[in-house]
Design a protein around this ligand. Structure first.
Ligand code: MV4
Length: 504
C-alpha cells in the first residue's frame, strides 16, 4: 500500500492531483522543468525534484528520470495526469517493472486503445456500434485502401491508427483526390506519432461529440458517471464542456443506453481505473464508438460537480486495491455544470497564442464556482507547454442557472499581462444557439464569429488614461484614510464612537 505519490505532470492538473493526495493523507512528490521552478505544483507538493530543461522531451517526457526520482524519493505510486506520459503503455510498464503503482489502467489496455484500429476491432467484437469503415488490425497499403474505399463510401475519413485529436486525419470526397490525401495523412501521422499507418471510416457529418466517464475497480466492478458534451471545439481543441448533455436532455432511456454501452466497451479490454469512451452521435440519436481515452481528462470537473464523486480520489483508491463504494443505481446527476477552458489566446486574432508574464489576477468565487488553475502572479506563459491558464467551472441547479453563474464569473475574472479567450466565452454565453443547446462540432468554426464583438478590440488611449488617473486617485484617498485612522483627529474619534455605538 503506497503512502507517497509522485505526480508526473505540471500545471493545474498536478495541483488538482496533489489536493486529492492531501485529502487522502498521502505524501506528494512534484517534478518540474527549469521553466517551472516557481510553479504552484512545486510549492504545493511536500518534495520537488528538477527534471531538466524546459522542453518536454528533456523533462516531463523523461521516463528514466521520473522513475529514478520516484525510487530516490521512495514514492511507490505515480499519477501521470493527462498529456505527457499519461497514455504511454511503456511508461505504465516501466512503473510496474520498478515496483511502482501506476495510477491508471494496465499497460495492455493503454496499448489496445492507443491503436485505433485495434480498439475498433475489440469493441466491435463486444457488440459496440462503430462507424462503418475498414476492418482488421494489419497495416493496409494505399492500393488496398483505394480498393476498399468505394465499399466504405464517400465522403470518408482517413485516420491514423496511432492517432487521436484529429492529427493525421483527412476528409476525402472522391476516389480521385484520395491518393494525395492518403499520403498527406501518412506523412502527418509519421511526423506526429512515428507511425504512418492509416485506416478508413465513413464521414459522419453534423454529429455531436458526447463522452461517458467510466470508473472500474480491481474487483470487477465497472460504473459510468454519465455523459459530458464536448462539441464546442475549434481545430480539435475543446473550448467548453458541459454535463449533462443538452442533446441527451431528459431522454433518460437514451442516457442509460449510452452508459451501458460505454461500460461494455470498457469491459471488453479488461479496463481498470478512470477512463472515457467517446461517441459520435447523429441527429437521430444513433451513436458510434470513436475512441477510448485511457486517462483522467481535462474536463473531469463537470462530472465531479454533477455526480458529487471526486474522480481523482477514486483513481487513487482504485490503484490501492479498494472497492468502489457505489452501485450504478447510487450515481445520479444533480444540476448542471459547465467548464470554460481559459487559455492564453487572442480570440480577436484567430486565437493566436499569447505569451508573457501574468502580472495580476482576480479569481471569481462565490456560489457554484470552481477554478482549477496552476498559474499565479509572476507566472510566465511560455511556448513550451499548452496555453491553458485555468478551468472555470460553474454549477447550477439548472442549465440556465449554470450559464448565469458562468457569465457572472467571467465578468469577475481578471487576468492581466496576457491576452485570454475570456471574451470568446462571454460571447458564447450570449449566443442564442448555445443558450438553446443547439450546436455540433462545427458550430464554433462555421457559425460563430467574434466580429460583432470587435468594439473590444479598438483601443481608446484617452479613456485608458482617465481610468488610470481615477484608480490612482482612489488609491491615494484610501491611503490617506488609513493614515487618518491612526491619528487622534476628529474623523478618527467619529469612527471610534460609531464603532462603540455598534457594540452597545
Ligand atoms: C469522425 C468524425 C466524423 N466521422 N469520424 C476528430 C478527432 C478524432 N478523435 C475523431 N474525430 C472525428 N471523427 C467519423 N467517422 C468527426 C470527427 C471530428 C470531431 C470529433 C469529436 C470532436 C470534435 C471533432 C471535430 C471535427 C471532427
Amino acid at each position: 500500500m503506497f503512502k507517497k505519490v509522485l505526480i508526473a505532470n505540471r500545471g493545474e492538473i498536478a495541483v488538482r492531483i496533489i489536493r486529492a493526495c492531501r485529502e487522502l493523507g498521502l505524501q506528494t512528490v512534484a517534478v518540474y522543468s527549469k521553466a517551472d521552478r516557481q510553479a504552484l505544483h512545486v510549492r504545493y507538493a511536500d518534495e520537488a525534484y528538477l527534471l531538466g530543461p524546459a522542453p518536454a522531451r528533456e523533462s516531463y517526457l523523461r521516463i528514466d528520470k521520473i522513475i529514478d526520482i520516484a525510487r530516490k524519493s521512495e514514492a511507490t505510486a505515480i499519477h501521470p495526469g493527462y498529456g505527457f506520459l499519461a497514455e504511454r503503455a511503456d511508461f505504465a510498464q516501466a512503473c510496474l517493472d520498478n515496483g511502482i503503482a501506476f495510477i491508471g489502467p494496465k499497460p495492455s489496455s493503454i496499448a489496445a486503445m492507443g491503436d485505433k484500429a485495434v480498439a475498433r476491432t475489440m469493441v466491435s467484437t463486444a457488440g459496440i456500434p462503430i462507424v462503418p469503415g475498414t476492418e482488421g488490425e494489419g497495416a493496409l497499403s494505399n492500393d488496398e485502401l483505394l480498393a476498399l474505399a468505394p465499399q466504405v463510401g464517400f465522403p470518408l475519413l482517413v485516420k491514423a491508427t496511432a492517432g487521436g485529436g484529429g492529427k493525421g486525419m483527412r476528409e476525402v470526397r472522391s476516389l480521385e483526390e484520395m491518393p494525395a490525401l492518403l499520403n498527406a495523412a501518412r506523412r502527418e501521422a509519421e511526423a506526429s506519432f512515428g507511425d504512418g499507418n492509416v485506416y478508413l471510416e465513413k464521414l459522419l457529418e453534423g454529429a455531436r461529440h458526447i463522452e461517458i466517464q467510466i470508473l472500474a475497480d480491481t474487483h470487477g466492478k465497472v460504473l459510468h458517471l454519465y455523459e459530458r458534451e464536448c462539441s464546442i471545439q475549434r481545430r480539435h481543441q475543446k473550448l467548453l464542456e458541459e454535463s449533462p448533455s443538452p442533446f441527451v436532455g431528459d431522454d433518460d432511456e437514451f442516457r442509460q443506453r449510452l452508459g451501458a454501452v460505454a461500460v461494455r466497451a470498457a469491459c471488453s479490454v479488461g479496463y481498470i481505473n478512470a477512463g472515457t469512451i467517446e461517441f459520435l452521435v447523429d441527429k437521430d440519436k444513433n451513436f458510434y464508438f470513436l475512441e477510448m481515452n485511457t486517462r483522467l481528462q481535462v474536463e473531469h470537473p463537470v462530472t465531479e460537480l454533477v455526480t458529487g464523486i471526486d474522480i481523482v480520489k477514486e483513481q487513487i483508491r482504485i490503484a490501492r486495491g479498494r472497492q468502489l463504494r457505489y452501485k450504478q443505481d447510487d450515481i445520479h446527476q444533480k444540476g448542471w455544470a459547465i467548464e470554460c477552458r481559459i487559455c492564453a489566446e487572442d480570440p480577436y486574432n484567430n486565437f493566436m497564442p499569447s505569451t508573457g508574464r501574468i502580472t495580476g489576477t482576480l479569481l471569481p468565487t462565490g456560489p457554484g464556482i470552481r477554478v482549477d488553475t496552476g498559474v499565479y502572479i509572476g507566472f510566465e506563459i511560455s511556448t513550451y507547454y499548452d496555453s491553458l491558464i485555468s478551468k472555470l467551472i460553474a454549477w447550477g441547479d439548472t442549465r440556465g442557472e449554470a450559464i448565469l453563474r458562468m457569465r457572472r464569473a467571467l465578468e469577475e475574472y481578471k487576468i492581466i499581462g496576457v491576452r485570454t479567450n475570456i471574451p470568446f466565452h462571454q460571447r458564447l454565453m450570449d449566443s442564442h444557439r448555445f443558450m438553446g443547446g443547439q450546436y455540433d462540432t462545427v458550430f464554433v468554426e462555421q457559425r460563430f464569429s467574434m466580429e460583432a464583438a470587435e468594439e473590444g478590440k479598438v483601443s481608446h488611449p484617452d479613456i485608458a488614461a482617465i481610468a488610470v488617473s481615477l484608480v490612482a486617485h482612489r488609491q491615494t484617498q484610501r491611503a490617506a484614510h488609513i493614515i487618518l485612522r491612526n491619528k487622534r483627529d476628529a474623523s478618527n474619534w467619529k469612527w471610534l464612537s460609531r464603532w462603540e455605538r455598534l457594540r452597545r
